[in-house]
Write a protein that binds this ligand. Structure first.
Ligand SMILES: C[S@@+](CC[C@H](N)C(=O)[O-])C[C@H]1O[C@@H](n2cnc3c(N)ncnc32)[C@H](O)[C@@H]1O
Ligand code: SF4
Length: 390
């Protein structure tokens, strides 16, 4: 996860480089339920409106929460499927807040209405992220439900009215990229607190439909538009938080942007980005799925590290000798191809290993969705055409 606003604010501030900070434990993204009322074309959890057997019970979730707390996990993102389809979602949220976690809810928003908004507000979520993948026509087609866009938009407004910190989550594809500026305008009109741009990852239906991924040129333009917007808003005194995920090349692209707009700060910015450290799957990000299986992140559901029914998360995470995890925890990661010769490997950490694995069967191959050119990453190397270049 790349906290764009934080980086941009610091870049503009002229402040000295703060010391690098090490988080106490990993942020856990927890897919509490796989069932969902939608069947989105890109869904990494391959969710559908059907009951999935063997999901963790409330008691099992509570027991795991205690363990996560002791392990100093700072934040939980409760996700799915559609987490609001779990009848005990409010009890889980209450318990998690009681234990002192930062608790985010990741929802498609279509099930938020007057009947449950009070329960959602009083559950005390620190943040509710609602997916919106383009204009009405695109979103409804992408999410395979007519009316989904309207319902998600209404949900955002309802959350705002009830004082809930709310934001939009947008998964970038070649098709919806032209709609990004309109989406950013909409976020401004709704006055939401946060905007999360998720690059497509190749898992579940997102892998089946990976041809929809944005071309490099498209991604570069989209990210520049996002940076410009974030910059302009900060200048105007607005404090909306912009965050991106699933493509750590965003940090390097920001460095290029800084070289153009704040050249005197660019070298320090580079150091700050190295402190940030790039992709943190298996290190500062962890995933528990609906059945209690632990994975290096949400997109590695084909790779199991253990199950919280048999072993505490803390012990699975701390004691694992899984080869993928050992590689993810290595500095630098044992990446190959373009990533191995990249002058920015210390910033992005080799980007997203799942995409490399899905394309080649080798988790250490180059990330096919890195949108930097060969010349940018290795000015002295032989020239090739990047895979996703349009
Ligand atoms: C799996 S969904 C679960 C929460 C809720 N059902 C929703 O759609 O917001 C979590 C988030 O991941 C995003 N997402 C799903 N599949 C993805 C993929 N293959 N690559 C990137 N983001 C993805 C969704 O758009 C959503 O914002
Ligand atoms: S992305 Fe979310 S809303 Fe869409 S099918 Fe998956 S879980 Fe459901």
């Amino acid at each position: 996860m790349f906290r764009l606003t934080q980086q941009m604010e610091w870049l503009m501030s002229g402040q000295p480089l703060p010391p690098a900070r090490k988080p106490p434990g990993p942020v856990v993204i927890w897919n509490l339920i796989r069932r969902c009322n939608l069947t989105c074309k890109h869904c990494y959890s391959t969710s559908a409106d059907t009951h999935f057997r063997g999901e963790l019970t409330t008691e099992e979730v509570f027991r795991t929460l205690e363990d996560l707390r002791q392990f100093r996990v700072p934040a939980l993102i409760l996700s799915g499927g559609e987490p609001l389809m779990r009848p005990d979602i409010y009890d889980i949220a209450h318990k998690a807040r009681e234990l002192g976690f930062y608790v985010g809810l990741s929802t498609n928003g279509t099930l938020i209405n007057q009947d449950n908004i009070h329960a959602i507000a009083s559950a005390g979520f620190d943040y509710v992220g609602i997916s919106l993948d383009g204009d009405e026509e695109t979103h409804d087609r992408f999410r395979q439900m007519k009316g989904a866009y309207r319902a998600s938009l209404d949900a955002m407004m309802l959350c705002r009215e009830h004082g809930i910190r709310v934001g939009g989550r947008f998964t970038l594809t070649e098709e919806n990229a032209p709609q990004l500026p309109g989406m950013l305008d909409l976020m401004d009109r709704l006055d939401v607190d946060k905007f999360y741009l998720s690059h497509l990852n190749y898992a579940g239906r997102g892998n089946k439909n990976r041809k929809q991924d944005a071309f490099s040129r498209t991604t570069r333009d989209a990210m520049t538009a996002l940076f410009d917007r974030c910059h302009a808003e900060l200048k105007a005194g607005k404090s909306r938080e912009y965050v991106t995920g699933n493509n750590d090349a965003d940090a390097i692209w920001l460095l290029q942007w800084a070289r153009e707009h704040y050249p005197q700060r660019a070298e320090l910015q580079r150091q700050k980005l190295v402190h940030w450290g790039g992709n943190s799957s298996g290190v500062n990000i962890a995933n528990i799925d609906n059945l209690g299986n632990v994975h290096p992140d949400t997109f590695w559901w084909n790779h199991h590290l253990g199950n919280v029914r048999q072993q505490a998360f803390s012990s699975i995470w701390r004691d694992t000798q899984d080869p993928l995890m050992l590689g993810l925890r290595q500095t630098p990661r044992p990446v190959e191809g373009r990533c191995a010769s990249c002058q920015y490997l210390d910033i992005c950490g080799g980007n997203t290993r799942v995409r490399a694995y899905q394309l080649t069967g080798n988790p250490w191959a180059e990330d096919p969705a890195c949108y930097l050119t060969d010349e940018e990453i290795n000015p002295d190397g032989p020239q090739q055409i990047p895979l996703l270049q349009a």
